[in-house]
Design a protein around this ligand. Structure first.
Ligand SMILES: [Zn+2]
Length: 483
């Protein structure tokens, strides 16, 4: 069994062979932290989180790097709008992003480099490019000369002439070719700036990813990921910078691009205004259901965001939960399977490993999650058929069900789902909190702190909790909010 991936550079499915046997380095372009993440950004990141998990499951020692772009025009704009400093803006939205990521069951990357803590390395890289004659300073800016890098356009598959015709390019004083892009921007009044050989300024966007991926993973690392909207110009520019500087290729061995999330047939992007923020979606759907929706189709596919699609995902996920809670009831406790299936070890060949073989076969094939999810649903159908006999104690039925459950927890675990026995539902949590507040009220009354006791009652009433004092203590029920 061999893993293969669709490589955007060669535009075909190719065998996956890491640079260093047994190890995989992944760099995924992360967030520009100037706003809450929209559902499309998060889908890309959750997908690369899954690719990392899956390659770990297949026995690789994976290093996953995802950056924060924390210096950018949009951050400076946002700081003005919110009356904050650019640093406060980036801290605010980094925290928000981490909450959303955790809400979707995404793991922290191994390395999370920030552009602003790599300014010296970027200045060194830009100086190197100027020395090699592929970049030139002009009026406090530094530009990359696209005509001086022979491979420019190889990722997006376009010639300079095509690009020139297709892109709206801002003229800029001192720029020699319309497609030359910015490596260093001269400081403007009131903006964050760092000293450099070309005067005070800040780096352009593209250079950070070339520099930080090289620093943490080294030239020729395995997988460079991101949304397909980054192919041009961002990833094209990353390649030009890194390969021109190193004088070797490739910058990255495989380019994997996630499809965009569309809403009402328009690509979702913050500038369009029809945004579904990840956190808005997470207020209405449980994180596991949103994760299910994000991962159920190929990472490369374009997906349409709709309530109907999320409702479907929630129902499908509920089928898994129902199965596992029935199985837990029948078996008492849930067996768990291995957490790794290394590529160089054969898969088990018994009947009870059919689902594992189907799942691994699908995921090895460019992470074909649609087939992988289908294998799990087939397993659940089989397990559900076995439930009545297992509950009735028919010989062999419990063992067969246990084998299904073992495979189920193994495979859903790879996808980042877990099914804990005790899971506080929203209503259990609310009930517990109300009971706790009523106890506090009792104690306040016992201490003759009637102001405190009344305040608790008033607050709960405002929130729509009706309280009735009875000889055996307070009873409560949820009524409509009073305002
Ligand atoms: Zn990037």
């Amino acid at each position: 069994m061999r893993i293969q991936v669709y490589d955007s550079m060669s535009r075909r499915v190719v065998p996956f062979e890491p640079r260093d046997p047994g190890k995989v380095g992944i760099y995924c372009c992360g967030m520009t932290v100037y706003n809450f993440a929209h559902i499309g950004n998060m889908r890309t990141i959750i997908w690369f989180d899954l690719i990392r998990r899956y390659l770990s499951y297949r026995g690789y020692d994976v290093t996953f790097v995802m950056n924060y772009t924390d210096v950018d025009d949009k951050i400076i704009e946002r700081a003005k709008i919110e009356g904050l400093s650019p640093d406060e803006v980036t801290v605010k939205y980094e925290r928000a992003f981490e909450e959303d990521l955790a809400g979707l069951g995404g793991g922290q990357p191994d390395v999370v480099p920030r552009a602003t803590t790599h300014i010296d390395e970027m200045i060194d890289a830009i100086s190197g490019l100027v020395d090699k004659g592929v970049a030139y300073p002009a009026e406090g800016n530094v530009w990359f000369a696209v005509e001086n890098f022979a491979g420019y356009g190889k990722l997006s598959g376009r010639s300079l002439d095509d690009m020139r015709a297709g892109e709206r390019v801002e003229p800029h004083p001192g720029k020699r070719h319309p497609l030359d892009f910015s490596l260093w921007k001269a400081a403007k009044e009131g903006e964050p700036a760092w000293g450099s050989p070309w005067g005070p300024g800040r780096p352009g966007w593209h250079i950070e990813c070339s520099v930080m991926s090289d620093k943490y993973l080294g030239m020729g690392f395995d997988i460079h990921g991101g949304g397909s909207d980054l192919i041009f110009p961002h990833h094209e520019n990353e390649i030009a910078q890194a390969e021109a500087l190193a004088g070797t290729e490739p910058f990255a061995r495989y380019w994997l691009h996630a499809g965009m999330v569309q809403m009402d047939a328009e690509k979702m992007s913050k500038s369009l205004g029809n945004v579904a923020l990840a956190r808005e979606v997470l207020q209405r759907y449980r994180g596991e259901a949103v994760r299910y929706w994000m991962l159920q189709g190929s990472y490369r596919s374009q997906v349409v965001f709709s309530e109907a699609a999320l409702d479907d995902a929630e129902q499908s996920y509920e089928r898994w939960r129902t199965f596992i809670s029935s199985a837990r009831h029948a078996l008492g406790e849930l067996p768990s399977g291995p957490t790794q299936r290394p590529v160089d070890s054969p898969l088990p060949d018994g009947d009870d490993a059919t689902a594992v073989r189907a799942f691994v076969g699908a995921m090895d094939d460019d992470f074909n999650s649609a087939e992988a999810f289908a294998a799990i649903h087939e397993l659940v159908r089989q397990g559900n058929r076995r439930l009545p006999d297992a509950q009735a104690g028919v010989a062999g039925a419990r063992e067969a069900l246990a084998a299904d459950v073992t495979a189920f927890t193994e495979l859903t675990g790879v996808l980042g789902f877990s099914f804990p026995e005790h899971e506080a539902t929203g209503s259990e949590l609310v009930g517990g909190l109300i009971e706790y507040l009523l106890e506090r009220r009792e104690r306040a009354r016992a201490n003759k702190d009637f102001a405190e006791a009344d305040e608790i009652r008033t607050k709960l009433t405002e929130l729509g909790v009706a309280i009735e004092d009875t000889p055996v203590g307070a009873r409560w029920r949820i009524s409509a909010p009073s305002h």
